[in-house]
Design a protein around this ligand. Structure first.
Ligand code: AP5
Length: 185
């Protein structure tokens, strides 16, 4: 049973690589950003809570995200493996994910970190037209990534679960690097 997470700043290629990897490994994708955008569009309870944060590029509060991820990992389609993209993003989320996996009798295989410079992040986001790709909002998403998410890389490195990948390369080269390093017990 494969359990993977993909971490990285805005525009690092998390969504792009997650889709390819899920196809390659035949496991379901849990894209937290996409799920939040769908919830906002459908105006669900989660969407209503998340909307004011996502539109400003702020992080949705930990308690909301932790509860949401717990419910998602209890669904039957992910009981034989999964890849989660965009989660965890804070130390608290990382710790709570480990507690949750313990409860579920699961263990994370790898945290895949797609490393790109701030300039690459900016350029890739500016080439898209998502509502939160406005320059000021992208800047805020990048700031939060450095403040809140970079520190959790150490958490996975210490547990020897971190794969650091050069995300600035071309899409298929990034995928190859991931596949070369990915091993399962
Ligand atoms: P989310 O949607 O996850 O946004 P993000 O982390 O800022 O990441 P992006 O979606 O911008 O980029 P990506 O890394 O997926 O890159 P992509 O493959 O799309 O989250 C949105 C918001 O939700 C957050 O701001 C926050 O408010 C909230 N949220 C989400 N998770 C949360 C959490 N855990 N806790 C609290 N709040 C949370 O690629 C980007 C572009 O680059 C594409 O156009 C693509 O075609 C291109 N590209 C990709 N790879 C390459 C490559 N190798 N070479 C050239 N171009 C490439």
């Amino acid at each position: 049973m494969k359990k993977l997470i993909i971490l990285g700043g805005p525009g690092a290629g998390k969504g792009t690589q997650a889709q390819r990897l899920c196809h390659h490994q035949q496991i379901p994708l849990i894209s937290i950003g996409d799920l939040l955008r769908e919830a906002i569009a459908a105006q669900t309870t989660l969407g209503q809570v998340a909307h004011p944060y996502v539109e400003k590029g702020e992080l949705v509060p930990d308690q909301t995200m932790i509860q949401f991820v717990r419910q998602r990992l209890l669904e039957s389609d992910v009981n034989r493996g999964w890849l989660m993209e965009g989660y965890p993003r804070t130390a608290f989320q990382a710790e709570e994910l480990d507690f949750l996996l313990d409860d579920l009798g699961q263990k994370l295989d790898w945290a895949i970190y797609l490393q790109v410079s701030e300039e690459v992040s900016m350029n890739r986001c500016f080439q898209r037209s998502r509502a939160d790709d406005d320059p000021k909002i992208v800047q805020r998403r990048i700031e939060l990534f450095y403040e809140r998410t970079i520190p959790i890389l150490e958490y996975y490195e210490y547990r020897q679960r971190l794969l650091t990948i050069d995300g600035a390369k071309e899409v298929t080269q990034v995928q190859q690097q991931i596949l070369q390093q990915l091993t399962f017990e």
